[in-house]
Ligand binder design. Structure first.
Ligand SMILES: C[S@@+](CC[C@H](N)C(=O)[O-])C[C@H]1O[C@@H](n2cnc3c(N)ncnc32)[C@H](O)[C@@H]1O
Length: 128
């Protein structure tokens, strides 16, 4: 990873990987986080907020936190939204998040009853 570079987390989820990337990027860097699920993005937005993290052990000073842009979209759109050579690297941790599995109403759980929904973006698309 290059400090000060531009990196894309194509499946930001709750922001765990993004947080580790952000720490290594530093203020000159730019992290772009994508997710289809608006609920996951809302949690990631809180988890990655500079104001919230400052003072925690291992977090760089506020002045050394990168620019972070979170976008609700599919990783399938990366090529269309960002030209080739735009980013120094991309991480895709493809799958479902605990947020989705733990909420029976989302329809991903096989441990709890719920509708067979399984939409990553509850605002659109067809249910399963
Ligand atoms: C395993 S989780 C990622 C966890 C994340 N790396 C972290 O550290 O918290 C997978 C994420 O991919 C998202 N996802 C699934 N399909 C997607 C797609 N087509 N485009 C963007 N995000 C997608 C899910 O909503 C979920 O939040």
């Amino acid at each position: 990873m290059r400090r000060g570079g531009t990196y894309i987390d194509a499946t930001v989820g709750l922001g765990g990987h993004s947080y580790e990337i952000a720490k290594r990027l530093g203020a000159p860097g730019h992290l772009i986080g994508l997710d289809k699920d608006p609920a996951a993005l809302a949690v990631a937005r809180t988890n990655l907020a500079r104001e919230r993290l400052m003072g925690s052990a291992g977090v760089p000073p506020a002045a050394d936190w990168p620019e972070i842009t979170l976008m609700q979209c599919s990783f399938a759109e990366v090529g269309k939204r960002f030209g080739s050579g735009f980013a120094d690297g991309l991480l895709a941790d493809i799958g479902v998040s605990s947020l989705q599995l733990d909420d029976a109403a989302r329809g991903f759980s096989f441990q709890a009853d719920g509708p067979l929904d399984m939409r990553m973006d509850p605002r659109g698309e067809r249910t399963a």
